[in-house]
Ligand binder design. Structure first.
Ligand code: AMP
Length: 191
């Protein structure tokens, strides 16, 4: 397992913080009963942010990736950094009504109601190999909508990468059952 290593006076690397140590939990946000897993504390720490980008990319090292796609909004922070690291293009998958050009859309189910994700029709060239990223997978509905958009654009999904998995909500299993390779860095109990 990858850990952040700090140089000691003996120049011996010692494991210190794990990725989950950088993540703050805010209870009852945005509504009562939700444990909000806040990655802003990870992003604001230079070691935490670097470690997250490196660990998300680790299983895909050596694989050809043509573009990184990410899910609004925290996924954009990771996706931009990962695309820059790979020197490839970045594609935002956004909530309805935010993209200015011609779009395709996919509806998906939220805990209460429905939502829609959109992507520009010219985001991919046919056959491009895509890595999809976001901060967290819960039910997997947002990710599934993103995958459908990528596939409808005739691009090839090579994998999905998330910092956090909430296994109680089953999203990782759902996306794996669709045949996708899903990589997560840490887990939290509950929702
Ligand atoms: P889902 O579609 O259910 O997999 O939800 C994933 C999306 O909702 C991601 O973009 C997350 O940022 C956000 N999300 C869902 N649950 C939480 C949570 N407990 N803490 C933080 N973000 C969450």
């Amino acid at each position: 397992m990858l850990l952040f290593y700090q140089q000691t006076s003996m120049s011996t690397p010692e494991p210190t913080m794990k990725i989950e140590d950088f993540i703050r939990t805010i209870p009852d946000y945005p509504k009562p009963g939700i444990q909000f897993r806040d990655v802003s504390t990870l992003f604001q720490d230079p070691r935490g942010f670097r470690m997250a980008v490196d660990m998300l990319l680790h299983p895909f090292a050596g694989q050809p990736i043509d573009k990184v796609a990410a899910l609004e909004a925290r996924g954009f922070i990771l996706g931009g950094a990962i695309a820059h690291q790979l020197s490839v293009g970045f594609v935002p998958i956004r909530k309805q009504g935010k993209l200015p050009g011609e779009t395709i859309h996919e509806d998906y189910t939220l805990e209460y109601g429905e939502a829609t994700m959109e992507m520009h029709t010219d985001a991919f060239v046919k056959g491009e190999r895509v890595l999809l990223v976001d901060d967290l997978i819960a039910t997997g509905g947002t990710c599934e909508a993103g995958i459908k958009l990528i596939q409808r654009a005739n691009a090839e999904l090579i994998g999905c990468a998330f910092i956090i998995d909430l296994p109680a909500l089953g999203g990782k299993k759902l996306i794996e059952s669709l045949g996708a390779d899903v990589h997560t860095l840490c887990e939290f109990d509950g929702d």
